[in-house]
Ligand binder design. Structure first.
Ligand SMILES: Cc1ncc(C[n+]2csc(CCOP(=O)(O)OP(=O)(O)O)c2C)c(N)n1
Ligand code: SF4
Length: 272
């Protein structure tokens, strides 16, 4: 019998999933599984690595190889897997806390190393699973459970960080733009070198509730109204950029990846 694209990677009998209604994680997972199927990935040649958090639960629903690791360390495990067996398709799925807050150091070094794997970072601007605390991507002056009067700090721009630290491919998406997200994921998965896909996502339960987006669709509409294709964004005058969110492929370059460089070292060592 025909199946909906991507569902063949889902574990039987585990649905409905655990995420709150209006959360963007399910849409992110759907786009990734469709990308897997369109690329012909098998369950045995694909390894999904997750950290801890609502986003980190994604591997619970999949029948690919999976490794559920510690908070902030998914990229360290993913790097080890890819270095050991470069033939595997390795994807790390992390929240913004996992990926660039507690995991920030692993993230910048994975970019620098340019190892051939894909990092998907679901940015919901807070630590969702543990109660909506402030994270390294919470925008300044926004409210969270630990910044009740506003966040005094600045936020990381995940894509700018990835670009400056050396990733070969960087894209930004939202769950409002599901088809484009799947296309960006396909590009990321097939690009040699380190790829980063930032999925800017609603967390209505915590971030939305604290920031006047209490109803389930409010954050999705907020994303719809701010998102703009990166090509258009680059044509905007500086003064009009602040409130907009550039989506699409931001960086695509072909710097030699870690495994290619490592082969050169190995060949020299074997020659003696
Ligand atoms: C070393 C360590 N520190 C803290 C925690 C507690 N903890 C579990 S999940 C989480 C936050 C997850 O936030 P994020 O990565 O942004 O994912 P989300 O839940 O928002 O998807 C934290 C702080 C932990 N499990 N391990
Ligand atoms: S707490 Fe936020 S991130 Fe976690 S499942 Fe609910 S909406 Fe999603």
């Amino acid at each position: 019998m025909a199946h909906a694209t991507g569902t063949k990677y889902l574990k039987g009998g585990i649905l409905p999933h655990m995420w709150c209604s209006g959360c963007g994680i399910g849409t992110m997972l759907g786009a990734l599984l469709r990308a897997f199927e369109e690329l012909g990935y098998t369950t045995t040649d694909t390894v999904v690595v997750t950290g801890i958090g609502c986003t980190g639960k994604a591997d619970d629903y999949m029948i690919t190889n999976a490794l559920h690791t510690t908070h902030g360390r998914a990229l360290a495990y993913a790097t080890g897997i890819k270095a050991y067996n470069p033939k595997l398709n390795v994807v790390a799925i992390m929240g913004d806390g996992d990926g660039v807050t507690i995991g920030g150091n692993h993230f910048i070094h994975a970019c620098r190393r340019n190892i051939d794997l894909t990092a998907i970072i679901l940015n919901n601007f807070n630590f969702g699973m543990t109660g909506g605390q402030v994270s390294g991507t919470t925008p300044p002056q926004r409210y969270t459970s630990t910044t009740a009067y506003g966040n005094p700090e600045r936020d990381f721009d995940i894509c700018a960080l990835a670009e400056s630290a050396g990733a070969n491919y960087v894209a930004r998406c939202t769950p409002y733009h599901g088809w484009e997200m799947k296309e960006n994921m396909k590009e990321a998965l097939t690009k040699k070198g380190f790829s980063v896909v930032e999925v800017v996502s609603p967390c209505p339960t915590h971030f939305g509730r604290h920031n006047e987006m209490k109803e389930t669709p409010d954050m999705l509409h907020w994303l719809r109204d701010r998102a703009i294709a990166v090509e258009e964004y680059r044509r905007l005058p500086e003064t009009e950029r602040a409130e907009r969110l550039a989506i699409g492929t931001l960086v695509s370059r072909d710097v030699p990846d870690f495994n290619t460089q490592y082969e050169l070292v190995k060949a020299r060592a074997q020659k003696g």
